[in-house]
Design a protein around this ligand. Sequence first.
Ligand code: IPD
Ligand code: CA
Ligand code: CA
Length: 261
Amino acid sequence: MADYKANLTVMTTAARIAAKGLRRDFGEVENLLVSVKGVGDFVSKADTKAEQVIRETLMHARPAYGWLGEESEPVEGSDPRRRWIVDPLDGTTNFLHGLPHWAISIAMEHKGEIVAGVVFDPIKDELFTAEKGGGAWVNGKRLRVSNRKDLSECLFATGVPFGEKKTLGLTTKDLVSLMPTCAGVRRFGSAALDLAYVAAGRYDGYWERELSSWDMAAGLLLVREAGGYLSDISGGTDILESGSVIAANPAIFEKFSKTLS
Ligand code: IPD
Ligand code: CA
Ligand code: CA
């Protein structure tokens, strides 16, 4: 089994460096929210700066790897089998509104498979990490998905499509079938943390459509390594390509999937 520990260390370092800047900028958002200047440009600069520092740190440590990040041009590495997949700030709308729920997401892909993942929530100081075959962890504590078996006790998370997204109708249908059968559905606004929370057993399941690879890559490995099941929304395995995901504990995965349109 390949050992991705050294990469995980590099990824954690990059996430912590970016977190310092983002935490400082998040403090500033609170002042800007009440000022006339507005906060949009400031946040998009914070986002770009965070991606830059992550990119510099990772590319310096592994110059041959490729790069896919939300805020900059992709790079084909001289090693075509390895690639970073990065969302420097997942939960931008929360950040923009002063809501303390956002994260940095960094994944490493090897031969088309995610083999290491870091999701860091700097505000709650929770560092979620996973390595293929090595389990999922938060701040050094092992993660397991929940073992609730009755949908009526289960808490779910989703993302409700906004703006020009096309799948609001489907998500609305999902909610109509799911809500009467479960304990509740949350929309917290960070796909990376939604997946991390399934891994941690806080949510029993999560689904969303119209996502990008960087929203999900690290979180998918967290769920898998914590013993959760995953598929795309039509039951297939092309999660990153389809941009849709269902994640849940094994006991409810099938029932939950069937409830969704
Ligand atoms: C968003 C968040 C959100 C999801 C959106 C994503 P961003 O990422 O993950 O939870 O519903 O679809 O775009 O824009 O904050 O990086
Ligand atoms: Ca995102
Ligand atoms: Ca983002």
